[in-house]
Design a protein around this ligand. Sequence first.
Ligand SMILES: Nc1ncnc2c1ncn2[C@@H]1O[C@H](COP(=O)(O)OP(=O)(O)OP(=O)(O)O)[C@@H](O)[C@H]1O
Length: 295
Amino acid sequence: MTKILFVINPISGDIDKEDLMEDLKAFGRQHDLTVDIFKTTGEEDEKKLKEMLASYKPEIACAVGGDGTVSLTAKSIINSEVALAIIPMGSGNGLSKDLGIPQNIDEALQLLVDHQKMAIDTLDVNGHLSIHICDMGFNALVVKRFCGGETRGPGAYAWIAMQEFMAYEPKKYTIKTDGKTIFDGEAFMITVTNARAFGSNAAINPTGVINDGEFEICILEPFPKSSSLGILYRLYTDTIDDSVYTHRFSCSSASIINHAEEVSQIDGEPEDLGKTISFRAQPQNLHVLLPPQAV
Ligand SMILES: Nc1ncnc2c1ncn2[C@@H]1O[C@H](COP(=O)(O)OP(=O)(O)OP(=O)(O)O)[C@@H](O)[C@H]1O
């Protein structure tokens, strides 16, 4: 009998999950799965989850929540044979969308019994794990305000982004890889990722491959406000490389000097990364469950 631990965030995406817990147990009974539940509290979740994983020893750890819950679950099983499954119930659900995991709950649940397992790359960022997107600048500021706010859900995120956009001042960054300086100047935001798109589906790294041993650094340089709609259009049509304000570089390690110590975020959570940030690809060290037909 396959053993599954559901890691449930009761507040993610502003969605009530009381009934869902009964549904998950019923799904387990129906499919002959051994099921247990770990409910996050927002306090020492990583430590408590690791303890539960060590004693329960599941084959699958299934995150039920948003990107923060997925990240918490991934941190707890990284470099092990335990596979990550995702029932997307957050505001953005970035990694699950990039992996082609159904956003419909029943279909995502079905992957627990009908799936393929794949090892994906992750990123080490100054000793922190990133499984989806790390960035500095505008988006990280929005993430920080969102996480500190009372309201969740995609609407709240978009509202904060609109409020912050008009007054945002680009900051200075220096980026080095393979001993060479590849960028030294101001940027609206710098995104470092293996993946293709944010949870909003904005494709910042349209040709990103999640298991090729490399990651991309995507630079969005300062742009006139009158160009913002054009950049948004490019983000949603996989044509961001055509913008004169963007550059992308592929590498397996890099360092970024964040001169102003501008706010940073990893996988949807604000993170204080200091002035010098080192990035290193960690090839195929996280197992994930994907739809059977995915490549
Ligand atoms: N029981 C809880 N009460 C309050 N906060 C919690 C609780 N459990 C987890 N959290 C907090 O929830 C945040 C993670 O939320 P998560 O990312 O899963 O959902 P989201 O923010 O709504 O969606 P997304 O990340 O996709 O935008 C973390 O900051 C974590 O500390």
